[in-house]
Design a protein around this ligand. Structure first.
Ligand code: SF4
Length: 233
């Protein structure tokens, strides 16, 4: 599989398990399906370096496993599900090995591809539900609402009030009354402050988890540089 970086750190955001601060190994896969000749991808994408399917290098499942020394693993991208069943060394094989070792696994996805759940114990999905300011709202795959369960997390990343109002609409509409995934809401670093966001949440009486970006609080705008320093494969 095509891997951009592997590095040991902590989860900065909701992870479906203990949440921000949990020790983890990040495995960042290369390539993003939202970036095409006609689509520049998400406005404000903070992992542009992993958008290119040729970024990083090819690694076998064994090579990746050899670099994991934590009980928790966070698989991210780019869009990691692009490589779920692609090739003879793919993400599904890696996940199945990790499940066998009873690891805790989070896959962070942009929500445009169907979740391959199949009831694997220890595997949770964080689905980034795209809001208007991302420019990618039409890419949300509605069926994922029915594929997610109580172990998974819907993540809303809010830039402005318009984004917040759309998130509220979805939480009260499509997500209400279902035996559903957890819902977390956070804001874009340096563009909206958590206090304002949480005031809106309180006013609207939303029953959601505040998603902080702990890695930004620790590393600030250097968090990507830290990844390159320690993790680039
Ligand atoms: S889906 Fe992720 S990697 Fe792709 S453009 Fe959006 S934020 Fe960037």
């Amino acid at each position: 599989m095509r891997v951009y970086s592997i590095f040991r750190s902590f989860d900065g955001e909701s992870n479906g398990f203990s949440g921000p601060g949990e020790s983890t190994t990040f495995v960042r896969l290369a390539g993003c399906n939202l970036v095409t000749d006609t689509n520049p991808g998400c406005v404000g994408c903070d992992t542009k370096y992993a958008q290119d399917a040729d970024a990083g290098r090819e690694m076998s499942v064994t090579e990746v496993l050899d670099r994991i020394h934590t009980n928790k693993i966070t698989i991210t991208g780019g869009e990691p599900l692009l490589q779920w069943s692609e090739g003879d060394q793919n993400l599904e094989m890696l996940v199945d090995k990790l499940v066998k070792e009873r690891k805790k696994i989070t896959i962070e996805t942009n929500g445009s591809m169907a979740l391959p759940h199949k009831g694997r114990k220890g595997l949770r999905f964080i689905v980034d539900w795209k809001l208007p300011s991302s420019g990618q709202e039409t890419q949300n795959l509605m069926d994922n609402i029915y594929l997610m369960d109580v172990r998974d997390v819907f993540k809303f990343v809010v830039r402005d009030r318009k984004d917040f109002d759309r998130a509220t609409q979805i939480i009260r509409g499509m997500l209400s009354g279902r035996k559903k995934a957890k819902v977390s809401i956070g804001c874009i670093w340096n563009e909206l402050d958590l206090q304002t966001l949480w005031t809106w949440v309180q006013e609207e009486k939303l029953d959601v988890q505040l998603n902080i970006q702990l890695h930004k609080m620790v590393w600030g705008d250097d968090s990507n540089k830290v990844e390159d320093d320690v993790g680039k494969v």
